[in-house]
Ligand binder design. Structure first.
Ligand SMILES: [Zn+2]
Length: 376
């Protein structure tokens, strides 16, 4: 809380106490995670993080790779929270600005294509538009009301009305209101190109047109839309080197764009944003190395629960291998990792982010065999 806010609170009697002289809050954060907290929570900020990919949220279709029934999505959220996960946006993940309580594991929930079942308004009892309780946003916000410690935030890789696309989320009359609502609730609007074309053989000029057009069209409706991370349509990376570079930054028609991260369609958890993109850390290819321009996501699909690539698979996997999860130390300043994982950390990146590395425990830090990242 800022000093001004504290004063305002006291002036309002918001603390239910007599006004007293309050010392200006010190910006100084704890310089170490305490031994008791290390023992209790076993933070591991070198671990793996799931970025979940959803499309439709509809009761009209069975659960498959492109649809999740509303009740199934509610169950996903319940299971995530019960198992100690905590939502972050994709930008928070890639910029390592994740506000996650100590002991919890970040998870990024993402939605592609701005489909109508993700955000639907309908007339309430008083005739005013209300959020449909069965659309993705309705489910996330009800979940937040039930558990205030779980923010309703997610990342929406949206499409503008361009080419064959219809209006984002359908309902042209409410597009601006919906975008504004998402930004206000802490969600992120992100780039999914303008026309959702396969970019495999695309020229650099066409790539620039796609990304700048999407940025321009979405910002014309929501001027503060972040539009700084990108999900590739069908997960297809352009073949050409120049076109790949154009994914990261460029300009066209007077609109500049800059993507801090690029996501494919599938299929592994990504390693912590402070780990080195060193193949030795990927556990034989089990996890996606942290290369911000080549990150992966995980789909939900009960038909493929046995295959690495699905939410169903990874939830089981991390329940059996908790030492491989990213576990927050609760501090924005510190990167706490078990000593055995210290070599996975990119120390220069930690310093550049103004954070301090805190390795703890001996080489064998108490995690179960096979349950921790190690370097050969
Ligand atoms: Zn898509």
């Amino acid at each position: 809380m800022t000093l001004t806010a504290l004063i305002a609170l006291h002036a309002l009697g918001g603390c239910g106490q007599k006004a007293e002289v309050v010392a200006p809050p010190k910006a100084k954060a704890p310089s170490r995670i305490s031994a008791a907290d290390l023992k209790k929570f076993k933070p591991n900020e070198s671990g793996a993080i799931m970025v979940l990919m959803y499309h439709r949220i509809s009761a009209q279709e069975p659960d498959n790779d492109l649809n999740r029934k509303p009740d199934s999505f509610r169950r996903d959220l319940e299971m995530l929270r019960a198992r100690g996960y905590h939502p972050v946006t994709v930008s928070e993940l890639v910029e390592n600005k994740m506000d996650v309580p100590i002991g919890k594991t970040p998870v990024a929930i993402t939605f592609d294509d701005a489909l109508p079942t993700q955000f639907h308004l309908k007339p309430g009892a008083d005739g005013a538009p209300k959020i449909d309780r069965d659309c993705a946003v309705g489910i996330l916000e009800k979940f937040h009301s039930k558990y205030p410690d779980w923010p309703a935030k997610a990342t929406y890789f949206v499409l503008p009305k361009e080419g064959r696309n219809s209006d984002p989320f359908g309902q042209p009359e409410y597009v601006a209101e919906k975008f504004a609502h998402l930004i206000k609730n802490g969600s992120e609007l992100a780039n999914h190109t303008a026309t959702h074309s396969n970019m495999r053989a695309m020229s650099p000029d066409k790539v620039r047109w796609e990304l700048a057009t999407a940025t321009r069209a979405i910002r014309a409706i929501a001027p503060t839309a972040a539009m700084q991370t990108l999900a590739l349509p069908y997960g297809k990376m352009p073949r050409g080197e120049a076109a790949r570079k154009a994914l990261i930054e460029g300009q066209q028609g007077g609109t500049k764009y800059h993507n801090k991260a690029i996501f494919l369609a599938a299929w592994r958890p990504v390693l912590s944003p402070v780990t080195r993109p060193d193949k030795a850390l990927a556990q034989g290819g089990k996890f996606c190395l942290f290369d911000p321009f080549h990150l992966e996501r995980i789909k939900t699909d009960p038909r493929q629960a046995h295959l690495p690539g699905t939410f169903e698979y990874w939830m089981k996997y991390f329940a059996a291998n908790p030492g491989q999860r990213y576990i927050s130390d609760g501090s924005a300043q510190i990167v706490a990792v078990p000593a055995a994982q210290q070599s996975a950390i990119d120390a220069a990146r930690v310093r550049a982010q103004g954070k301090t590395l805190q390795a703890y425990g001996g080489a064998s830090n108490g995690s179960k065999a096979g349950g921790s990242l190690s370097v050969e």
